[in-house]
Structures are given as structure tokens and as C-alpha cells.
Write a protein that binds this ligand. Structure first.
Ligand code: FES
Ligand SMILES: [Fe+2]
Length: 344
């Protein structure tokens, strides 16, 4: 399995990472412990004590330090061993691998490439749970399937009409017009229009019609930001909306796909409306979250089934159609970035 290492991966919601409570996760098969010190500072280590490989996630925070609770090795936040009970001398090479870690948009992100290549400018522009303009609900679930299949599900939304026929209200209208795909340096944009449709739930008076626009930006390594916006009828015939037009979308959905291992994936999501579109935004958020939860359960059942078939028929190949254009463009970006990355 090839992964982009030079990228930021979501490992937790900021709100879920309590002080002095080490948290275990794996990313790309690597066990990692993420911990928040007594002062609130974050650190991420490989989750194995250098003494006898016990998990540090079973360790104890001591102020700004983390102690292995097997035989008591003590580590500072840079991963240096600073105390070995019963020993006077500590070899200076006794140091753990650490990962750059940061918090942004309500998520905790880890950089999986070489530390000196970590660039916080590469964190995708997710609409965060800390953004006061939106009313977002959140959730997460694990898939018994590889991240590639989850990413590909999100890059080819032609599945919505069939897989989500019973859960997403507009699913039947979804593919009436072919989407447009644009490849950027680290993302693929997918845009589609639904012309002259009813502007349900937008605060407009009943019966008002609009052109509905949906824009999905799928960033490396697996971050999807979907913005839906309503425009006056006829807007779909003019050149596509600019990023400025996309400010204040009616609703947003943020997704983060993290490969725990080659066959396990953690999926984080948030969704909700912008505050500017009428009253009752908390109620709208709850409805959107309910729809998302039903749809993601359908995705999970299908993707886990697909992974099972792929594993039992490893020589069978996919047969892409024009709907797979976004998948192909994204895989090209992944290939380019994995060839150029700082560590393999
Ligand atoms: S395994 Fe951690 S101190 Fe022995
Ligand atoms: Fe789906």
C-alpha cells in the first residue's frame, strides 16, 4: 500500500484529547501515542518504549513528561529519555521517534513525513468546529477496509443515486448533469449543478426556485470539504462560481480519512448549515447529521463488502468509467507526491 507521508493526517478531535490522558492510535500501520501535557501542550511519539517496547499509551503523564509504566523510563516532550530508575547514566542516543503534531479547525493533525519537512500551510482549509459562522455536528466511525477504498468512495459521488437512494433526499437528481473535475497541486475539485430546483430549507419563501451548486475539494491525504450553495436561476449557465462566491455556503460537510492500517480506516466528519440562512440552525444541523450518519453506514457496509471481495480475488482489476475521473486525477497526485516525498 503506498501512502503520502508528506501530509497531515487527522488523529483525533481536539475536544476528545484530554490533558494527561495518553491516546493510542496507529497511522499507516505505525503505532503512535498522542498526549497533552499538564500545561496543554501536544506531543506525538511512536508508541513503544525504547527499553522493552511496551506501549507508552499505557504510560503516565508527569507534568510535561511521559513515563513508561512498565519499568519507569521517563521521556520529555522531545522524546529524550531523561530518567531511568536505578541508572545514573543515560546514553544521549536514547530517544524516541517523534511526530510533528498540531491543532487546527477542531482536529489534531500529525505529519507523517520527515519532521523538518512539516509545513502547516499544507493543512487543508477545513471549516472547523471552532468557526463561529457555522453550526456543525460531528461524528466518526471505523471501517474494516483500506483508506484507498474510502477515498475513492468520496471521489466518485455517482454512487449517491444508488447507494443512498433511501437516505439522501436529493439522491435521484444527483447525476443529471456530468460533474466538472479540476486537478490542482494537492487536491481535486468536483463541481456540479442542479438547475431550476426548489430552494428547500434555505430560508427563501416556499416555492422559490434556484440553481443548486455543489463543490467538493478532495485534498491529500484524504480530506474532503463539500460546500453547497444556492444561486439565482440562470447562474448555472454563466462561468462557474469563484472562491469568493463560495463564501457563506448554505451547508458544509468536512470529512477526514485516516489509514490506521492497510485494512482499517478511521473516518471523522462534521456537517451543518451557515448561520446566515434563517432560523432553527440547530435543528437543520441535527437533520443533516442524521442524514450523514445513515448514508455513511450505507457506505461502510458497501466498502467493507468490496474490501472482502478484493481480498478474495486479488488478481481482479477495476474497470473505470468517466465517473471515475476524480479518482484517476487524485491517484495521479498521490503517485507524484509519493515519488517526491522525503521518506518512503
Ligand atoms: S518497557 Fe518501558 S521502561 Fe521497560
Ligand atoms: Fe456515500
Amino acid at each position: 500500500m503506498s501512502y503520502v507521508r508528506d501530509a497531515w493526517y487527522v488523529v483525533a478531535w481536539s475536544k476528545d484529547l484530554a490533558r494527561e490522558r495518553p491516546f493510542a492510535i496507529s497511522v499507516m500501520n505505525e503505532p503512535i501515542v498522542v498526549w497533552r501535557s499538564q500545561s496543554g501542550a501536544l506531543a506525538a511519539f511512536e508508541d513503544r518504549c525504547i527499553h522493552r517496547l511496551a506501549p507508552l499509551s499505557l504510560g503516565r503523564c508527569e507534568g510535561e513528561r511521559l513515563r513508561c509504566m512498565y519499568h519507569g523510563f521517563l521521556y520529555d516532550r522531545a522524546g529524550h529519555v531523561i530518567d531511568i530508575p536505578g541508572e545514573n547514566r543515560i546514553p544521549s542516543k536514547m530517544r524516541l521517534r517523534t511526530y510533528p503534531v498540531t491543532e487546527r479547525h477542531g482536529w489534531v493533525w500529525i505529519w507523517m513525513g520527515a519532521s523538518d519537512a512539516a509545513d502547516e500551510g499544507l493543512i487543508p482549509p477545513v471549516i472547523g468546529t471552532d468557526d463561529p459562522e457555522y453550526v456543525l455536528g460531528t461524528g466518526q466511525l471505523d471501517y474494516a477496509a483500506g483508506a484507498r477504498l474510502v477515498n475513492e468512495n468520496l471521489l466518485d459521488l455517482s454512487h449517491v443515486r444508488f447507494l443512498h437512494a433511501g437516505s439522501i433526499p436529493m439522491s435521484a437528481m444527483w447525476p443529471q448533469e456530468a460533474p466538472e473535475f479540476t486537478r490542482n497541486e494537492r487536491s481535486v475539485r468536483t463541481e456540479w449543478w442542479l438547475r431550476n430546483t426548489l430552494c428547500g430549507g434555505s430560508g427563501e419563501s416556499p416555492g422559490t426556485r434556484c440553481d443548486f451548486y455543489s463543490c467538493s475539494d478532495f485534498y491529500v491525504p484524504g480530506i474532503l470539504i463539500v460546500k453547497d450553495k444556492l444561486f439565482a436561476v440562470g447562474a448555472a449557465n454563466s462561468p462557474g462560481p469563484t472562491d469568493a462566491d463560495l463564501a457563506r455556503p448554505f451547508t458544509v460537510v468536512n470529512h477526514a480519512v485516516t489509514p490506521l492500517s492497510d485494512r482499517r480506516t478511521r473516518y471523522f466528519y462534521s456537517t451543518g448549515p451557515h448561520r446566515d440562512y434563517g432560523d432553527g440552525m440547530e435543528r437543520k444541523r441535527d437533520i443533516l447529521l442524521e442524514i450523514a450518519e445513515r448514508a455513511f453506514a450505507e457506505d461502510r457496509a458497501m466498502i467493507e463488502g468490496q474490501q472482502g471481495i478484493i481480498d478474495s480475488l486479488p488478481r481482479r482489476r477495476f474497470n473505470p468509467t468517466s465517473n471515475d475521473r476524480g479518482v484517476l486525477l487524485f491517484n495521479e497526485i498521490v503517485e507524484k507526491l509519493t515519488d517526491a516525498q522525503t521518506t518512503q
